[in-house]
Write a protein that binds this ligand. Structure first.
Ligand SMILES: *[C@@H]1O[C@H](CO)[C@@H](O)[C@H](O)[C@H]1NC(C)=O
Ligand SMILES: *[C@@H]1O[C@H](CO)[C@@H](O)[C@H](O)[C@H]1NC(C)=O
Ligand SMILES: *[C@@H]1O[C@H](CO)[C@@H](O)[C@H](O)[C@H]1NC(C)=O
Ligand SMILES: *[C@@H]1O[C@H](CO)[C@@H](O)[C@H](O)[C@H]1NC(C)=O
Ligand SMILES: *[C@@H]1O[C@H](CO)[C@@H](O)[C@H](O)[C@H]1NC(C)=O
Length: 263
């Protein structure tokens, strides 16, 4: 009975007006058909100011800036999730965060030095790439608002770019890694976090600290934890597993509702 009631409530809540293509009646944000877990990406790549941008969706007042995990826009699942934001009504742009050289498919492959990779892609290198994507959206496209979504490596930059004057208005991050206390306390817009049950980069103690820091920002915030998930689930869930599929899809809908509500 309780489960039934909350399902009804969920559908009621998700019948919100979304940007651009969706109207309240025609495109409830919990329509799982808009999420592609596999298949062929539908966007295009264009170079602007020396940065390769994956661009998908039609022009909208609020754009989504999609910041990838270490696998970059080269990973099909990143392009496909960006496309899903496109189908949710947002022009979506994902910069090539690693300038053509993301981490290999499996970061545990012998010979891949994760420390060296992270050191080579610090904020001094990554901030200018994200800033170029923001400049493209603000000046070339002329969007009014930017909603930033980030995954793992990119989650930290979602926080960095919702700081004052950095260009984003609202942020969502799934299983962010390397995120510092200062970066959380510096935000100037609402922030939402999707957390995995198993995540060495964000174990329960760190999650609780992040909650306390978000509370101290006095801005709207949200932290959601999904059972049966592990680090990376927001993009690379095993969707044959019902818990992981639920986690990935719900994290996506959380982001869409967060952006529709606060951007
Ligand atoms: C769900 O999304 C699909 C794909 O965008 C669309 O064809 C369909 O009409 C949507 N269904 C509803 C009920 O909005
Ligand atoms: C990995 O890179 C770090 C930083 O460059 C270096 O200190 C370390 O020795 C490297 N580890 C291996 C196994 O090469
Ligand atoms: C970025 O900072 C790292 C660590 O401080 C440094 O090794 C690297 O040379 C810097 N890169 C650029 C492009 O400034
Ligand atoms: C939040 O603010 C309170 C009151 O200033 C402070 O005592 C607490 O340490 C802060 N928490 C964090 C995690 O910064
Ligand atoms: C994905 O999940 C299914 C269902 O739980 C399981 O049978 C399969 O082994 C999983 N695949 C991988 C690669 O873990």
């Amino acid at each position: 009975m309780r489960a039934f009631a909350s399902t009804v409530a969920l559908w009621g809540l998700t019948l919100v007006a979304s940007a651009a293509k969706c109207s309240a009646e025609s495109c409830p944000v919990a329509n799982t058909s808009i999420i592609a877990h596999d298949g062929t990406p539908v966007g295009t790549e264009e170079v602007h100011d020396g940065v390769n941008l994956y661009i998908t969706g039609e022009k909208s007042d609020t754009a989504v800036l999609y910041l990838t995990d270490v696998f970059g826009i080269q990973l099909a699942q990143n392009k496909l999730l960006a496309d899903s934001f496109g189908r949710a009504g947002f022009l979506t742009v994902a910069p090539d965060m690693f300038n053509g050289t993301p981490a290999p498919g499996d970061i545990n492959v012998p010979g891949f030095n994760t420390t060296a990779f992270v050191n080579a892609h610090g904020p001094n290198v990554t901030d200018p790439i994200v800033a170029t994507a923001i400049k493209y959206l603000r000046e070339t496209v002329g969007v009014k608002k930017i909603a930033v979504t980030g995954y793992c490596f990119g989650g930290r930059y979602a926080f960095r770019f919702v700081a004052p004057g950095k260009g984003a208005d609202v942020a969502f991050a799934a299983h962010p890694s390397l995120l510092t206390d200062d970066e959380i306390l510096a935000i100037a817009g609402p922030a939402s976090v999707a957390a995995a049950e198993t995540d060495s980069a964000m174990p329960p103690e760190r999650r609780h600290q992040i909650e306390a820091l978000l509370l101290n920002t006095t801005l709207p915030y949200s932290v959601a934890l999904y059972s049966g998930t592990s680090h990376g689930f927001g993009v690379r869930a095993n969707v044959s597993d019902p818990e992981q599929k639920y986690g990935k899809e719900s994290a996506f809908f959380d982001a869409v509702r967060w952006f529709t509500t606060w951007a």
